[in-house]
Write a protein that binds this ligand. Structure first.
Ligand code: HEC
Ligand code: HEC
Length: 339
């Protein structure tokens, strides 16, 4: 080989190594190796009436599975699901998503749904973020690894009981580079997750809000797409889609939050979707949470009362202006000052 050819070849090899090392560092090792995933087992959850009832309560209400995995008429205050289409999947129509995100058909239709997925494949997807096909799922489901084993079993048993609905949908397609980066997110669960016990209603309320994901929506998001630290439950995250453009409310007891709420008003708001005469946007899943028991709702409210006050004005009834705290545009944004 001629000397110059050797030099060029060496340089090309070095360049490839440098680019690969850089990509490895930026995208994470799992971008190349595929997500961490445990092998699926033949585990099957015994179908019992208690699990069926608990699974229905969780999947239709508390865990908002039905909210994301069904089509809705978002133009209505109560965003009804078309007859017979619950859990049949939906393309998530929220603006600003990094690509096309599709919540799949969870009904046991063999061709377009979960008919061929095992109990363990469903369980692994829900808690460990790996799809039935071994793919890293776009990290949108809120409860992740913390769902206790018995609740997981109940949800799976309930999903299995649904009538199959034929509903072909496109596939999720996440844009570069997140498509690769998100392969680093899944964490296999190897230990059992026990039903937690709580020393007070406030503690139980805190647990429920995490499981449900209230803070995922009710905390502002900064320019880096992460929740703004120190502003948990401070509201101002903006959601744009067929439901219009709406910012989540500040739920803390600060004067700019909901200090005037008492338990009765809270429960009435969640059950009716109205705060007094003001209709809540259908994106706030009140139509889902209204099925929760008084006991669960009061525990959540007890916890909200203990939140650290966050000063952050958010008002959906006035024009959106730039907010110096979260950098986004929402009603009353310009009334805020960076601390
Ligand atoms: C905030 C919206 C949201 C909520 C709430 C939600 N999901 Fe999902 N789910 C999704 C999206 C989006 C995907 C697909 C991600 C992808 O394709 O990368 C998904 C994927 C799945 C999968 C994976 C299917 C497969 O390919 O193997 C299962 C199973 C599932 N969800 C079940 C549930 C259950 C059960 C609940 C309630 C405990 C739930 N989801 C709550 C949005 C949601
Ligand atoms: C999918 C995102 C989302 C989730 C999850 C969510 N919220 Fe909301 N919530 C919103 C949005 C957006 C608004 C503002 C609606 C409006 O002003 O029309 C809102 C408004 C509210 C309000 C009304 C406040 C007021 O008086 O203006 C309450 C109360 C509330 N949410 C409580 C909760 C609780 C408790 C949870 C968890 C159990 C929760 N939300 C989960 C998005 C969400």
């Amino acid at each position: 080989m001629k000397r110059w050819k050797k030099i060029v070849l060496t340089l090309v090899v070095i360049l490839i190594v440098v680019v690969a090392a850089g990509a490895y560092k930026i995208l994470g090792p799992r971008a190349f190796l595929g997500p961490r995933a445990r092998a699926l087992t033949a585990r099957s959850y015994e179908r019992t009436p208690a699990r069926l009832a608990r699974g229905k309560y969780l999947a239709e209400g508390v865990l908002t599975c039905r909210h994301c995995h069904s089509p809705h008429d978002w133009t209505r205050h109560d965003p009804a699901i078309p007859e017979g289409r619950a859990f049949s999947g939906s393309v998530i129509e929220s603006a600003g998503l990094p690509g096309r995100v599709v919540a799949p058909n969870l009904t046991p239709d063999v061709e377009t749904g979960s008919g061929n997925w095992s109990d363990d494949a469903l369980g692994r997807a829900i808690r460990e973020g790996v799809g039935h096909d071994g793919r890293a799922l776009f990290p949108m489901m809120p409860s992740e690894g913390s769902l206790p084993d018995e609740d997981l079993a109940s949800v799976v048993v309930y999903l299995r009981s649904l009538p199959p609905v034929h509903n072909p949908l496109p596939k999720t397609e996440i844009s570069f580079p997140l498509k690769y980066i998100m392969r680093n997110f899944p964490e296999p669960l190897t230990a059992p997750v026990a039903e937690p016990t709580f020393s007070s209603p406030e503690k139980r309320g805190e647990y429920l809000t995490r499981l449900i994901g209230c803070p995922d929506c009710h905390t502002p998001v900064g320019a880096d797409h992460n929740l703004v630290p120190g502003m948990e439950f401070g509201g101002g995250q903006v959601f744009e889609g067929p439901w219009g453009k709406v910012a989540s409310a500040n739920l803390t007891p600060d004067p700019s939050g909901i200090p005037y709420y008492d338990q009765a008003l809270f429960i009435r708001t969640i059950r009716t979707g109205y705060v007094g005469s003001r209709a809540l946007n259908p994106l706030m899943p009140w139509s889902i949470f209204r099925g929760m028991t008084d006991d669960d709702l009061s525990a959540i409210f007890a916890y909200l009362k203990t939140l650290k006050p966050v000063h952050h004005r958010v008002d959906n009834s006035i024009t959106a202006t730039r907010c110096p705290i979260d950098g986004g545009m929402h009603g009353a944004g310009d009334q805020n000052r960076k601390q």
